[in-house]
Design a binder for this molecule. Structure first.
Ligand code: ADP
Ligand code: MG
Length: 326
């Protein structure tokens, strides 16, 4: 293992070379005292920031490429939940030491996701200390395309993208709390935890279809509750309608046992959004275009609070889906 330390100068030069995806709207990127960026006429800037701390948000032995991917992914997910198209990012890196190999891998993971979404790294800061990664992502949205938590309306259908519960099951496997899972299945679930897919194309395409949106980072119930509070409405969701991946079905074959992972498990970074019932055909068309399942899981109600109904339509108690586990 190569353990060569690099200077801060080399580190910045390396990040610049690997992650400064060329974009015409970057007038000044890495290398000056600040970045100078052009916001096109008629669009607004959406800014999101998230910090990952080693030992808190990821285990100390997480692969550096995965750490970088996730630090960017969680921010792109926030932009997607706002309906914004990602454009630029800044990166604050706090490192206990600057090892070339670690930094190489980190830059590789960051660049992989940044290039996939044409996000340019335009600046940042580098300091010494306990391993901490902060990314700020900047996106663009037309004022009318912005998806806010407070925009859900009574009677809206509630949808969720992709599948729920995979990342929480992946974490349980990684921590030895879920045993006996076939190796390939375990790998799929752990990948959902380590390399979440931000639903960027979906967020941008929901303009004119969705009313409210949020990304599922803390768990469906917790995140949907933010939408309900902000919109001053309630919701009834159908536990038997929650989308499961084939990997989760294999890891947890019993549908009832799966529910607590799907209702309370975090880190999936799917989008949960509301739309008028008459938009159902457009949502279905969008799912086909994006090749991404968009599943209706419930309805926004005038009655406040979140009710979770079982397959017979009976209201489940929080304890039944194991909220306390998390
Ligand atoms: P200053 O003293 O002006 O803050 P720095 O030495 O911190 O300058 O940064 C020099 C340049 O390198 C700046 O353009 C800054 O945005 C960029 N930079 C520093 N650290 C990072 C990083 N971790 N990722 C991307 N750009 C960085
Ligand atoms: Mg600085």
């Amino acid at each position: 293992v190569q353990r060569v330390n690099v200077s801060e100068f080399d580190l910045i030069a390396m990040l610049r070379e690997r992650c400064a995806v060329p974009r015409a709207d970057v007038r000044v990127g890495i290398g000056d005292d600040g970045a100078v960026l052009r916001v096109p006429r008629g669009r607004q800037l959406v800014v999101a920031m998230d910090t990952l701390v080693a030992g808190v948000h990821f285990p100390h032995d997480t692969a550096p490429a995965d750490i970088a991917w996730k630090a960017l992914a969680v921010n792109l997910s926030d932009l997607a939940a706002m309906g914004a198209e990602p454009a630029w990012a800044t990166l604050a890196l706090t490192l206990p030491r600057a090892q070339r190999r670690w930094l190489d891998e980190f830059a590789r993971g960051f660049a992989q996701l940044a290039r996939a979404h044409r996000v340019a790294l335009v600046g940042g800061d580098t300091t010494r200390g306990a391993l901490t990664i902060t990314v700020q992502a900047h996106g663009l949205v037309s004022p009318r395309g912005t998806l806010l938590r407070g925009a859900a309306r009574v009677g809206d259908a509630i949808y969720v993208s992709g599948s729920l519960g995979d990342a929480a099951a992946g974490l349980a496997i990684a921590q030895g709390r879920m045993r006996g899972v076939a190796r390939a299945v375990a790998k799929t679930l752990c990948a959902r935890l380590d390399r979440p897919t931000p639903r960027v194309a979906l967020g941008a395409a929901l303009h004119g279809i969705a009313h409210a949106a949020i990304d599922v980072s803390d768990g469906l119930c917790a995140d949907l509750a933010h939408v309900l509070d902000a919109s001053r409405v309630g919701a009834a969701i159908d536990a038997s309608a929650l989308p499961s991946s084939s990997a989760l079905r294999r890891a947890v074959p019993d549908a009832k046992a799966r529910r607590h992972w799907q209702l309370s498990g975090g880190d999936d970074y799917e989008l949960c959004f509301t739309a008028a019932p008459r938009a159902a055909a457009r949502v279905a068309q969008l799912a086909r275009t994006l090749r991404l399942p968009l599943t209706r899981i419930g309805t926004i109600t005038r009655r406040r609070g979140l009710r979770v109904l079982d397959e017979r339509g009976a209201e489940m108690r929080m304890s039944e889906f194991g909220y306390a586990h998390f």
